[in-house]
Design a protein around this ligand. Structure first.
Ligand code: NAP
Length: 521
């Protein structure tokens, strides 16, 4: 293929056509955006920009700084295979450490001159006359537009805070803190605090603030399975060994990733064939939860009655134990409304509060900007009417040269870095193929898109989420149609095989510079 130096536009392949300002725009400087940038550079494409709303890299680990934040899968598996980190302080690193790791990777991947921080993308529109995307954005200097041939959207699968829809929040006289945008200038010392939400975020915040606040009330709508978590400090000697023998770390990573894949494939994806796995795992976790909470009434409230793995299984060394304290209350009565002095539950009781922490989760695959494809079709609208789908979790017909990293059916469960590898890998493969063919447009064929969507929805029928045991779990893995777009329902090895030749599922065409016609290339 045509290779370019870092500052030379890769678009030189079609010089007589209208040229974009930049060949590739990546949106988001989290791990996915940096992974896409690193892959482009590896393939010799240096003409790209990474637009990022925040003032630095790290994505979720920059935004989420709530007390107690740490990764909930082993750090050795939660990292780029190409950038092993021998310096993790613990088996499950804290959020700040992940942010530092992201910053180090930006340097290691030679991306530092590619970022445009403080830049919020507002919309992206495809112009079928030029096969270019026009990206509208705003930064400190105001609004501007940028044209690009290819757009790789790495804004995150869970990045827009969900609106909890609790009436009266705006009437609260105290302070409301959003877990995703923690207000560090507000001191919790001696406050009467409430945490709403007991998902992965809530169960980390609750034990982390229980000692600081005067009294803590936890509002739980649906209980979560919470297993034990042993977070071991990694001794210096082990770190030295991992640094000197990188191969060792690669093996440990591989073991971690494989273990997660096996658990996910047989416990979650192929639940229909192996239902006893979740049944047994559920029994074990419920027994361990029982042993950790003294009060039987409390136990009954904290231990789920729906099946294991319907929601993301969680682990914590101290969340359940926190409820053994006399200054921590668990409330399972539903919230009726927020009033000026606190929260009123459906039984009419008001808990007086100084601060309410919302750990109420995210909107799944919410596009924080408007994406308009061919014939003015808007992507969010398309998904609303046609259901959330994307070929290999990355492409939608009618939205040429656009890649979601990841989009619906693109997330490989707990394995974010393989999710990134596959979705950004496909994006960069197709970008290269388009340039190699001197094409201006790559659009996934509808037949391939439908075939993938059919295979994904059929495979999803065997997942645990579709089992009756998940009724009442309130899982975000199921959307309003009963679809499961948040999971790529295939194992890592199958997903890798599926994506190997995926670039051949695209139509590559070129807009002729002199005639308003398209040419197959
Ligand atoms: P979540 O799992 O969606 O949990 C949101 C919680 O808020 C749920 O308990 C939900 O109750 C509750 N809730 C929402 N609206 C409510 C309302 N109106 N009234 C009462 N309760 C309400 O969100 P999350 O905890 O932020 O976690 C989301 C995902 O982010 C995780 O699954 C994980 O993938 C990722 N995450 C990772 C880490 C990590 O690695 N360290 C940490 C945090 C998050 P219902 O269950 O009834 O809906």
């Amino acid at each position: 293929m045509t290779t370019t130096t870092e500052n030379e536009p890769a678009d030189i392949a079609y010089p007589s056509l209208p040229q974009p300002d930049v060949t590739v725009v990546i949106i988001g400087a989290g791990f996915a955006g940096m992974g896409a940038g690193q892959r482009l550079l590896k393939r010799g494409i240096g003409d790209f920009l990474i637009l990022e709303k925040a003032d630095g890299v790290g994505g979720t680990w920059r935004h989420n700084t709530y007390p107690g934040i740490e990764v909930d899968i082993p750090s050795v598996a939660y990292s780029y295979a190409e950038a092993p980190n021998p310096d993790w302080s613990h088996t499950f690193a804290a959020g700040a450490e992940l942010l530092s790791y992201a910053e180090e990777c930006a340097v290691k991947f030679k991306l530092t001159n590619k970022f445009r921080f403080g830049t919020e993308v507002v919309s992206a529109e495809f112009d079928k006359a030029t096969d270019l995307w026009t990206v509208s954005a705003r930064d400190a200097d105001g609004d501007f537009t940028l044209t690009t041939r290819f757009l790789i959207s790495c804004h995150g699968a869970l990045s827009t805070p969900a609106e909890p829809g609790i009436p009266g929040l705006d009437r609260f006289a105290g302070t409301v803190i959003l877990s995703q945008r923690w207000n560090h200038s507000y001191s919790l010392d001696g406050r009467r605090a409430a945490v709403i939400g007991t998902g992965a975020t809530g169960i980390q915040i609750v034990p982390a603030i229980a000692d600081t606040v005067d009294h803590l009330t936890v509002f739980q709508r649906t209980p979560s399975y919470v297993g034990p978590k042993v977070n071991i400090r990694i001794p210096g000697l082990i770190k030295i060994l991992l640094k000197r023998v990188p191969f060792l770390q690669a093996i440990i990573r591989m073991i971690g990733v494989t273990a997660i894949d096996i658990a996910q494939t047989f416990g979650v994806i192929r639940h229909r064939q192996f239902p006893f796995i979740t049944t047994m795992a559920g029994r074990v976790i419920r027994a361990s939860m029982k042993a950790r909470v003294r009060d039987p009434e409390l136990r009954a409230k904290l231990i789920p009655t729906y099946g294991f793995a319907c929601k993301r299984p969680l682990s914590s060394p101290d969340y359940l134990e926190t409820f053994n304290r006399s200054d921590v209350e668990l409330v399972t009565d539903s919230i009726a409304e927020v009033v000026a002095e606190g929260i009123r539950t459906s039984d009419g009781r008001i808990r007086e509060l100084d601060v309410i922490v919302l750990a109420t989760g995210f909107k799944v695959f919410d596009l924080p900007y408007k994406v308009v494809g061919i014939d003015d079709v808007e992507l969010s609208e398309y998904w609303r009417t046609e259901r959330m789908r994307a070929y290999q979790g990355a492409s939608v017909p009618g939205f040429p040269n656009l890649f979601l990293a990841p989009g619906p059916y693109g997330v490989i469960g707990f394995n974010w870095f393989d999710t990134i590898r596959l979705t950004t890998g496909l994006a960069v493969d197709v970008v290269c193929e388009t340039i190699l063919r001197s094409a201006t447009r790559a659009d996934v064929r509808t037949s391939a898109f439908e075939e993938f969507a059919h295979a994904a929805t059929r495979a999803a029928d065997s997942t645990v989420f579709k089992s009756p045991g998940c009724n009442g779990s309130h899982t975000y893995y199921l959307d309003q149609h009963g679809d499961t777009p948040f999971l790529r329902p295939f194992s890592i090895s199958r997903s890798t095989r599926m994506s190997r030749q995926a670039r051949s599922a695209y139509d590559y065409t070129r807009r002729h510079p002199d005639f308003a016609t398209r040419i197959d290339v």
